[in-house]
Ligand binder design. Structure first.
Ligand code: KIV
Ligand code: ZN
Length: 387
């Protein structure tokens, strides 16, 4: 039987903190409701202490959402934790996500502190938050660069203090998949009370490895993944939800499953891109404009014979209406014939050779040959329009 991987979506917190991506409360509620219908397990709705607007958004999302756990971020500070608890008051299921730097880099250069004091503060914060809510997640910031034995000591201490989830983030996107996976395994092997909490992975994409690292986390025992729609997030972004959901679906043999209703992926990707004014790169996996577009003659011919020759995902499974065949100077006869047939034209072999030759002349002057270009070309060749 497959093991469940919980999807913790942080589009509205890590994603929304990106400059230019800010949303109004109304827009955040719209995204939160779509995340709920997508099937995410936890929605990180914001960082309530950060501004009155963010506080209010968490309040309204907590009221609007029914199924998923609603989560608010805080530092290990009383005022942050109080603000998170207050903002989550109306949530049916609530979680406070609190944490502090775990690497010596952060302990010294950010907190001017010591490992001992950080440990004390973390334990205090988790206990304090647990007095306010039953579900408390702890994040060990910059865990990707932290001393492993200290990371284990911290993890064990916060679980002892009542943390239900411990997040081991690769905050700076520094880790390599194999090493990040080993880090997660080390935590499982060395933290005595690890079975009393869920281990979560939260990866950034500074080296383009966020998805690979998250997968390495899962295969080494993590059962919660922190992700965003379209991979938006601080700097180069976070792990993208759609990539993890589809990796686990395509590779069922790995033995993991999520609640994600994958056919809702593309609509929410469009919604987030539009509301956040953050266009998706054309070749982005799963949701990019070219993710199901075939452009070279060899691929087009194979795709037309059987889509599975070149597609490992049926576009309908992620809510993309159809695959597309782009006509360009790299296209072959098969693709041209297919398009012409869709437009109602049919040609014998010799006629087709003539049309293809003219098509190539046009294609060499354009990046993409559109339907109108084809109709114009055929009109110039005095081919009658189909009735
Ligand atoms: O990247 C990170 O470490 C974070 C924490 C606040 C969880 O976003
Ligand atoms: Zn982050």
């Amino acid at each position: 039987m497959s093991q469940k991987v919980h999807i913790f979506d942080t589009t509205l917190r890590d994603g929304e903190q990106v400059p230019g991506c800010q949303l109004t409360t109304r827009e955040k509620i719209e995204v939160a409701l779509e995340l709920e219908s997508l099937g995410v397990d936890i929605i990180e709705a914001g960082f309530p202490i950060s501004s009155p607007g963010d506080f209010n958004s968490v309040v309204e999302i907590a009221k609007a959402v029914k199924e998923p756990v609603v989560c608010g971020l805080s530092r290990c500070k009383k005022e942050d934790i109080d603000a998170a608890a207050a903002a989550l008051k109306f949530a049916r299921r609530k979680r406070i996500h609190t944490g502090i730097g775990a690497s010596d880099m952060h302990i010294k250069n950010k907190f001017n502190s010591t490992r001992e004091r950080i440990l004390e503060q973390a334990v205090w914060a988790v206990k304090y938050a647990r007095n306010l809510v039953d579900d408390v997640e702890f994040y060990a910031e910059d865990a990707g660069r932290a001393d492993l034995d200290f990371l284990c000591q911290l993890t064990e201490a916060v679980i002892g203090a009542g943390a239900t989830v411990v997040n081991i983030p690769d905050t700076t996107g520094y880790c390599l998949p194999e090493l990040y996976g080993k880090r997660i395994k080390y935590v499982f092997d060395h933290v005595r009370n690890v079975d009393q909490a869920t281990i979560s992975v939260h990866c950034h994409n500074d080296l383009g490895l966020a998805t690979a690292n998250t997968l390495a986390g899962i295969t080494n025992g993590a059962r919660q993944v922190e992700v965003t729609i379209n991979g938006i997030g601080e700097r180069a972004g976070n792990t993208s939800l759609e990539e993890i959901a589809m990796i686990l679906k395509v590779h069922k043999d790995l033995g993991y499953e999520t609640n994600i209703q994958t056919q809702k992926i593309y609509p929410i990707s469009r919604l987030v891109a539009e509301l956040m004014h953050m266009p998706v790169q054309a070749n982005k996996a799963i949701v990019g404009k070219h993710a199901f577009a075939h452009s070279s003659g060899i691929h087009q011919d194979g795709f037309l014979k059987n889509p599975e020759n070149y597609e490992i995902i049926n576009p309908n499974d992620v809510g993309v209406p159809n695959s597309s065949i782009i006509l360009s100077a790299r296209s072959g006869r098969a693709a041209l014939r297919h398009r012409l047939e869709l437009l109602g034209y049919s040609f014998g072999k010799t006629e087709m050779d003539g049309v293809y030759e003219r098509f190539l002349t046009v294609a060499d002057t354009r990046k993409v040959v559109e339907n109108e270009d084809l109709v114009e070309l055929l009109t110039l060749m005095r081919v009658e329009r189909p009735g």
